[in-house]
Design a protein around this ligand. Structure first.
Ligand code: ADP
Ligand code: MG
Length: 692
């Protein structure tokens, strides 16, 4: 079927307009099958009366002018006009009030019967392109900013989530005789999403208000803003990044034998971690570095090189890149700094490098990064000296090198990384490329990302959606302030804060958004060691009553509940309990709690169908005595997290517990928060169709 509505859009375009007035916008919507009040256009007083008579009901009249976007602000909306005289005077008043503007006419439309006021809109996000907004009208939008966003296109489950996510959802389900047709609303959201997908030149839209009824809805006001057609997202480069992560040979250009130099750090890291491949230091002033024969330039290396790490100054880097390309090297890691992060000059050098790499079809990581660590091939390319690492299942993608190196020194005691990739200025390889590559790695079970920005938002969403079905992704996104508000015509666009869009997109793609640095590593650590809870019942075992009560409150705050043992399991538990213990969940053993009792209690919970996860509150000073017992339990896929108040003063035992696979956190709230996030993630992922 031809897109009939295009006539309306094209007509506006040909008269040089990008704003579709209400009658035009509604005409477009009607042709999409969206219910609106419709509107007649009166160009004289008599016209207005004629339209009114034909409608045979009270009418609203509004100014129609290409110069007036917000009609009621200037007195351009007259409501509930019931007879010819009222219609005539409304017409005259509107014409007089807008005598200075170009006047298309006055719209005459039937009064919509009252309903729950909602707003549906479209804005264009700098990172993710078109986004859809939904919220309730009036104070809900204006004061409470109670709106939800999703990146377009949305799925029907996105539409459902958008509606359920707002705080005013309870009002939609029914309040004081009002209720709303949620199905019809979902369809409306999907139609708008489809329309925007089909028409890349739609920039913003406001359907405001939409009245929601127990059956159906009515679009009462509408505006559409046209823009330049959205550019097609660039195709992802086909070249697989496997060899970048598992090279057989590495050349370090700018390797140095002088301790303290970055070229020394990088090469020493590769040597001391015993990289399983060949190493070629490149330095015209050295014969040998760290026991490896040095070469004056890359072209002097007699054997094929998979990856070149470049550490020379920014100015000469493009020449070195070209030399590497000529030698047939397919992956280049530029760790040198002094590029776009410094300004115009640096950016120029970057673009030069990009042009060279693209010309040769070579993939380039950085510049201004700290390379890649892959513990599964003992490869450490970091710019800072890195101590011994064990092979792990966490993949960390980090924009800033410092973030990866500095914290690693401590975290390596309690969490095991597989891959740590720093992306620096993202000249060629960006976070999405790395995320996809890391997700394909058989050793990686959880992906953790620290991001300051996202390049090519649409591809990021699609990739993340695919990946999170199999491997969880935890993201910390910083730079949460609004990225400079630009002038916008629609209400929706003025509401669309950059950070809120990120949150929406993360939810839509199944990404877990961390609140802060510590939260990100806590979640990644717990998820890397424990399975997801697949039911909401939580079993709490404690030695301190208060911590048990706090945990019980906190799990409820996080959308879970206390589990209830079956009668036969209660009987088993009773036999374990000393007579002064009354509760069965939390089970409070007071200071008589010991490892054997905790183990037997957990085993009862493992057998209970209502237990989805465990919280054990353990005494810091005797933490060591629990390690073996907790390690020996067959949990049958149910997660456990230990809560140890004062854990920071018992680090050696915490490390033992962590190495036994049991995550330790310091407060009951932190345990409950993590379990809640994991349970929600489990439900969301389970709700998606299995991967094709
Ligand atoms: P604006 O350009 O100022 O957004 P609107 O068309 O939204 O103008 O009109 C302002 C208000 O008037 C609406 O929020 C709605 O409450 C009311 N209104 C407008 N048109 C109608 C109508 N056809 N039926 C009932 N109420 C209407
Ligand atoms: Mg309006």
């Amino acid at each position: 079927m031809a897109k009939q509505y295009r006539e309306v859009i094209d007509r506006a375009r040909s008269s040089g307009r990008t704003y579709l007035m209400e009658h035009e916008s509604k005409a477009v919507l009607e042709r999409l099958g969206i219910t609106t009040t419709g509107t007649g256009v009166a160009r004289t007083e008599d016209d207005a009366v004629e339209i009114f008579s034909a409608l045979d009901c009270p009418v609203a009249m509004k100014v129609l002018s290409p110069d007036v976007v917000h009609k009621s602000d200037a007195g351009g909306v007259k409501l509930n006009l019931k007879n010819g005289d009222e219609v005539r005077s409304a017409y005259r008043e509107i014409v007089t009030a807008f005598s200075g503007k170009r006047l298309e006419g006055v719209s005459v439309q039937k009064m919509a019967r009252p309903g729950v006021e909602a707003i549906v809109g479209v804005a264009n996000d700098a990172t993710f392109g078109p986004v859809l907004m939904f919220g309730l009208g009036g104070v809900f939008v204006e004061v409470l900013k109670d709106v939800s966003f999703r990146s377009i296109p949305i799925s029907s489950s996105d539409a459902k989530d958008m509606i359920e996510e707002i705080k005013g959802y309870a009002l939609l389900r029914g309040y004081r005789g009002y209720s709303s047709d949620i199905n019809a609303l979902e369809k409306l959201l999907l139609s708008v999403s489809d329309f925007v997908m089909d028409n890349p030149d739609i920039s913003e839209m406001d359907l405001n208000p939409v009245f929601l009824y127990p059956e159906g809805y009515m679009v009462v006001d509408a505006r559409i803003i046209l823009g330049d057609p959205r550019p097609e997202p660039p195709e992802a480069k086909k070249q697989d990044l496997h060899d970048l992560f598992y090279p057989k040979s590495i050349a370090v250009i700018g390797a140095s034998g002088t301790p303290g130099k970055l070229g020394w750090n990088v090469f020493t890291n590769l040597v001391s971690h015993k990289f399983r491949g060949k190493l070629y230091p490149i330095n015209p002033r050295a014969d040998e570095i760290c026991g490896c024969k040095a070469y004056p330039c890359i072209s002097a290396v007699p054997e094929p090189v998979d990856v070149a790490i470049i550490l020379v100054s920014a100015g000469v880097t493009p020449d070195v890149v070209e030399e590497c390309c000529k030698c047939g090297i397919r992956y280049i890691v530029v760790e040198s700094a002094g590029f776009a992060e410094l300004g115009e000059e640096g950016l120029k050098i970057e673009l030069q490098m990009k042009e060279i790499a693209d010309r040769y079809g070579v993939r380039l990581l950085g510049p201004n990064c700290s390379g890649i660590i892959n513990t599964h091939c003992s490869m450490v390319q970091s710019i800072g000296i890195v101590d011994a690492l064990s092979m792990g299942n966490i993949g960390l993608v980090s924009q800033a090198g410092v973030c990866a190196a500095g914290m690693l020194w401590g975290l390596r005691h309690i969490m095991d990384f597989g891959i740590i990739a720093t992306i620096g200025n993202k000249l060629d390889i960006n976070e999405t490329d790395i995320m996809e590559a890391v997700s394909k790695d058989e050793f990686i079970n959880v992906i953790c990302m620290y991001l300051e920005s996202v390049k090519g938002g649409r591809r990021f969403i699609d990739a993340a959606k695919r990946i999170t079905r199999n491997k969880p992704i935890v993201v910390l996104k910083s730079g949460r302030t609004d990225a400079g508000k630009k002038a916008v015509a629609s209400h929706t666009a003025s509401m669309a804060g950059n950070d809120q869009i990120f949150s929406a997109v993360f939810r839509q793609s199944g990404i877990i958004r961390a609140r802060d640095y510590e939260h990100m590593f806590n979640l990644a650590r717990i998820i890397s060691k424990q399975p997801f809870p697949n039911r909401e019942g939580v079993f709490i075992i404690t030695y301190a009553g208060s911590l048990g009560v706090i945990a019980a409150d906190a799990i409820i705050d996080n959308g879970m509940r206390l589990s209830e043992l079956e009668p036969q399991n209660k009987e088993r538990l009773k036999k374990l309990l000393p007579d002064y213990v009354c509760g069965m969940n939390p089970v409070d053993y007071t200071f008589s709690q010991d490892a054997e009792t905790v183990k037997r209690t957990i085993e009862i919970g493992v057998d209970s169908d209502d237990v989805g996860s465990f919280i054990v509150v353990l005494q810091a000073e005797i933490l060591d005595s629990y390690v073996d017992a907790l390690k020996s339990i067959n949990y049958k896929g149910k997660p456990i997290i230990a809560c140890v108040a004062g854990k920071e003063f018992a680090m050696p035992d915490v490390i033992k517990m962590e190495n036994a696979g049991i995550p330790v956190v310091s407060t009951p709230e932190q345990v409950a928060d993590a379990l809640g996030i994991m349970y929600r993630h489990y439900k969301q992922v389970k709700g998606q169709e299995p991967q094709a």
